[in-house]
Ligand binder design. Sequence first.
Ligand code: PEP
Ligand code: MG
Length: 823
Amino acid sequence: MVGIVIVSHSFRLAEGVAELAREMGGPDVRLETAGGLDLPEHPVGTDAVMVMNAIERAWSPDGVLVLMDLGSAVLSAEMAMEMLGGQREGVLLCEAPLVEGAVAAAVTAKLGRPLESVAAEARGGLGGKIAHLGVTTPDAPTGATDREGEAVTLQVTVRNPHGLHARPAARFIQTASGFEASVQVRDLTNARGPADAASLNAVAMLGVTEGHTIEIAARGPGAVDAIAALEALAQRDFDDVPDLPAPDASTEVAGSVSAAEGGALTGAPASPGVAFGPARRPRPVELKVPPRVATDPASEASALDVALGAARLDIEEQRAHVARVAGAPAAEIFDAHLLFLRDDALVGAARRRIQADHATAAESWRDAVEETAAAWDGLEDGYQRARATDLRSVGAQVLAHILGQQQPQLELHEPGILLAADLTPADTARFDTARVHGIVTVHGGPTSHAAVLARSLGIPAVVGVGAGLDRVEEGEPLAIDGSAGAVWIRPTEKLAGRLRDDQAAAAARSASARAGAALPARTVDGVPIEVAANIGRPEEAAAALERGADGVGLFRTEFLFMGRDQMPTEEEQTEAYARAADALDGRPLLLRTLDAGADKPIPYLHQASEENPFLGVRGIRLGLERPELLATQLRAILRAAEGRRLRVMFPMIATRSELRRARAILDEARADVGTRASVEVGVMIEVPAAALTAASLAQDADFFSVGTNDLTQYTLAVDRGNERVASLTDALHPGVLRLIEVTVSGAASLGRWVGVCGEIAADPTATPLLIGLGVSELSMSVPAIASVKEAVRATSLADSRALAGRALLCGDAPEVRALLEDG
Ligand code: PEP
Ligand code: MG
């Protein structure tokens, strides 16, 4: 019996249609559904993997008929077919109406009819209704006719600021594909076209910009409906997303130039400093396609299909992630990326090469992508031209899958200011700092890990600027001020001059601070404060020492695990930790155990995707879930500790039992290694529960280090990577300060010391306050060490205690900042 699959955007609709069809066809009809998405917040949508699974469940040697509702249901079903590869034989995507088609198909399938007959019955499903009601054709929209296969046409003037660029073009194509009609579009203003509305590349290549009039022509039974839907879409300006509101930089600036001057784009200040240079978007490192003779076109074609399916899953995952973090509109650009994967200009061209030229899947795909991207490069509108980068990066993703290689890394080919939608910490760590003069991102908050890294690398950065950044053309001259969170496009000479003056003044200030950096930092009343460095690689330890660090207060060891295919071995880790410790010349090295997960994914750990990864398996939770991972690292640390001054701490501890379990693994590791080397054991205070139970945790810990980046995120309920809540991410909120105070008093009950290694430790204005709260160690990105040491030397313990007392009574972070400015 033929199997039937119902694909719908709505779970309930799919189930309802199936219920009705079973009612008519009988309970034993092979009927499966793929309805909605498995995302509680976004239940409406379709998912190619769900469709593929439903097809597999409905599988029958007689074939499977797939019925879909509209738009992306059709796209997802087509993608599912691609993923099925050779198994798609006997699966038919049918254009029949969903409800009537399903009922007719169920009845016919039950009779044991072949697939063609079941499909034919489904297609004729509307017959009964038409006969009963008589044919009624809806009024054609403006200027349209629908007689005997003639085209139904519509003319509209495009009002979008960048015309039919990738995102609105994607909406156009998705809408057009929801009907039984073939749709074409012409640009009447520049006399280009017609282009097939099924191809994003073909539509984008028309070069439709603001004010152009386009003519849309549809043919086929669904032409009238297609034109009506497209007219409604055009009236909504193709659902183009307005620029995301940039976070409020309140024109608060460190230098003399206000962010409001010269119409700057504003974002969150992420790494201080001024930078100038042409706008540069990173491109994927070019993957080498090995020369190989293709012997079997069918297997090359299926290798291409499998890679397209895998890339689609990657992009869908990225889409879901961005939608969660930055909202659905920001994620829509991924719709365009998904359309590339089924675009005839690319996929069709690659397939034709495989068949006609006997080329390999990799060669065919690479050439098809490059030819199409070169055509995008030739477009007149700079904004549209810049989308070639998107196409190349999607192309590289597919190519990596074909070649079975790691996903390609991004690289800046020429020096300048790097522009990106968002950056992972791994991307940021890999960039050649000689080429990256500054960084600007669409998304991200000031304590996201990419921002943290930019600070350690001393690269000025502005994050969370919003979609306005997409308007910046490749090569356009930019100036950025990382302290003000401002980006100027084509800055005037006058403005650039003033920024340079600010830059020179800041350099003079930091030179004078550096002069005293090597000396220990004591408050005016003689209290020593350890000023240490945050590092991510052993090589940074020497630079830290050179810039005056009293040791390393946070080695984010996860960076050793990134940018590679597999875990570093115990020996590799031992060598790295020993090397960092040796560079410190007897000063302490504090290693934080692996803190992977959330915004620091490590692909080869294959962590399950989570609805709320920041609240999921991250930090110590991963170490306890996979004890061998943690044990290996702890053995490496203990081996490196022989004859060296090492400290170790566990990230994201929320309960004492977690700490005890981690310590038990440490004890076992110690027994395995057979060492008596002494290592101080600490806890990162990043979760409010840990701060509030510090007195209890202190019984199993030698020290605490407060990770204010996460502590702020979890106390104020602000995702540190989400630019829309970036203005709330301030560790000086009295709620966070109170938790530091509670931690210090819990630690003091057993004589333990408390440090701070979150980003607030790098802010010299906060130094007196942290000292006043009882913190005795501050750890920060290397460039901040000198100025924080200066701030320590200007602080008196007695005054700072009084200051801390007043800050704890404030209502919010701006009030605390005002208090600090008043002294
Ligand atoms: C913190 O959370 O403050 C911290 C130092 O850890 P990370 O920024 O690496 O999460
Ligand atoms: Mg943290």
